[in-house]
Design a protein around this ligand. Structure first.
Ligand code: ASP
Length: 486
């Protein structure tokens, strides 16, 4: 017999079926046994009644065992079945726990037994020690809430891919092994075996490659890109995270903002119909006003902070291009000035002469736009400096010497001198967006296998020591760690 998924069982009334499931719960009642069974598509009640040989096996089954169950699908008409049917008729939404039918069990085949799990799978796991959850992530992800987070993350990504595809964007992968870049965070570095004493850096974002794709005539690029930044961690930060990264040739600031606004609205209306967007078009707030009114540059403009279905998007615009290095926490900033967002940005048109002449630096406004949602920055981007002379001048303001510019940015300058169209782009923090949409408190809840608050993976136990053979191949010798210097 072919397997039927639980979500399709309502259509099988009176039929004999085979389901392949996890035992969620078992309840014994004298000569009967009741089960809740679970597969990736849903849950259903099972009942053993009047079959002593089946009951005998039923009583040996424990939660999280994997079983193949044969049985006949029967209509249910108890109180919870009636409530389920009424809700389904009213909303059209099929709940995961199918209650209009149940399976009257005729046989079991045990596919795998399970040791007693580290925690109960049927409960919400938010209150369990997070390292225990992460160490047993495969169990944690079996819970309905975590499974649903993965399902919705997939659906949002798919909707965005499909939508961008219809607008002629190409999804293009860019390298993970790259070169250290000046994007404001510390790089993760990877030693090279073939070029000893040299290091790759993991990308902080695909910024340079996506701009090079504009030089390459791609015109419209996007990517669900992994980014790695060696920063101190918080609830909405991870050492590696996912961006929806995009770049467009010949696009103005206005076009990028309009495109992104439409994408976000479509995600909400198609996939989160229960949620309300506070204001469309999304309000725009200048950086100066945000700082004055809200004291930060990711304002939470919600009218009602108790409403978990309210989404208050806003754009923050008119950022200063540069700030004094002394005021910055950028570990790579060495000169007098550093950039506030992105060294590859352009200024607003009225400041381009200032950029070229390196004048009026503190007042130059960048053509930079951030998108915020309920107090989180969920994306940011800019119009780029595609004129090599302007980029050189910006790098000069940032304190790079002529030789430094050549060695670190020569490839960008040569590409820009080869006929590169004006271009602009943006990247969304996809995990943060999903965190807010799923009403979760941290981005770890919407990532399948995140690191813990110390940047460690308790499941695989990473980072870990490596063998002397590996170190020797890389010409690396380890230093002793002095107490207090860890
Ligand atoms: N690369 C930028 C970032 O990661 C986003 C962008 O300007 O496109 O913040």
């Amino acid at each position: 017999m072919k397997r039927t998924h639980i979500k399709n069982l309502s259509e099988k009334k009176g039929e004999e079926v085979l389901i392949k499931v996890w035992v969620d719960v078992r309840r014994d009642q004298g000569k009967m046994a009741f089960f809740d069974f679970r597969d990736a598509s849903g849950k259903i009640q099972g009942i053993v009644f009047g079959k002593p040989e089946v009951l005998e096996i039923a009583k040996t089954l424990r939660p999280e065992w994997v079983v193949a169950v044969t049985g006949v699908i029967q209509e249910r008409n108890d109180k919870s079945a009636k409530e389920y049917i009424a809700k389904f008729e009213e909303t059209g939404i099929q709940e995961k726990f199918i209650k209009d039918v149940e399976i009257e069990i005729t046989g079991f085949d045990i596919l795998n037994r399970a040791e007693t799990p580290a925690f109960e799978i049927t409960e919400s796991t938010q209150n369990i020690n997070e390292d225990v959850r992460l160490k047993n992530r495969y169990l944690d992800l079996r819970t309905e809430r975590m499974h649903n987070n993965l399902v919705m993350r997939h659906k949002v990504a798919k909707l965005l891919r499909d939508e961008l595809d219809t607008q002629d964007f190409l999804e293009i992968e860019t390298p993970i092994l790259g070169r250290a870049t000046p994007e404001g965070a510390r790089d993760y570095v990877v030693p090279s075996r073939l070029t000893p004493n040299h290091f790759y850096a993991l990308p902080q974002s695909p910024q340079q490659f996506k701009q090079l794709l504009m030089s390459a005539g791609t015109e419209r690029y996007f990517q669900f890109a992994r980014c790695m930044r060696d920063e101190d961690l918080r609830g909405d930060r991870q050492p590696e995270f996912t961006q929806l990264d995009l770049e467009m040739s010949f696009a103005s600031e206005e076009e990028i903002m309009e495109l992104n606004e439409k994408l976000l609205i479509k995600v909400v209306t198609d996939l989160y119909p229960e949620k309300r967007i506070q204001e469309i078009p999304f309000p725009r707030i200048t950086y100066a006003d945000a700082m004055e009114k809200y004291g930060n540059d990711r304002p939470d403009i919600r009218e009602d902070k108790d409403d978990e279905n309210l989404l208050a998007f806003c754009w923050v615009v008119d950022f200063p291009f540069f700030e004094k290095t002394a005021e910055s926490d950028d570990p790579q900033a060495t000169g007098e000035w550093t950039f506030t967002h992105n060294p590859f940005s352009l200024s607003k048109p009225e400041f381009i002469e200032d950029l070229k002449n390196k004048t009026n630096i503190e007042n130059i406004i960048a053509a930079q736009y951030d998108i915020c949602l309920n107090g989180y920055e969920i994306g940011g981007g800019s119009v780029r400096a595609h004129d090599p002379e302007v980029l050189k001048s910006i790098l000069g303001i940032l304190g790079h010497s002529d030789e430094g510019v050549e060695s670190d940015f020569g490839h960008m300058l040569r590409a820009f001198a080869s006929g590169t169209p004006p271009h602009a782009g943006i990247a969304w923090g996809f995990d943060r967006l999903m965190m807010v949409l799923q009403n979760e408190a941290t981005i770890r809840e919407v990532i399948a296998f995140p690191k813990n608050g110390e940047g460690r993976c308790p499941l695989m136990e990473a980072p870990s020591l490596v063998s002397d053979t590996q170190l020797n191949e890389l010409f690396i010798s380890l230093k002793e760690i002095k107490k207090g210097s860890e």
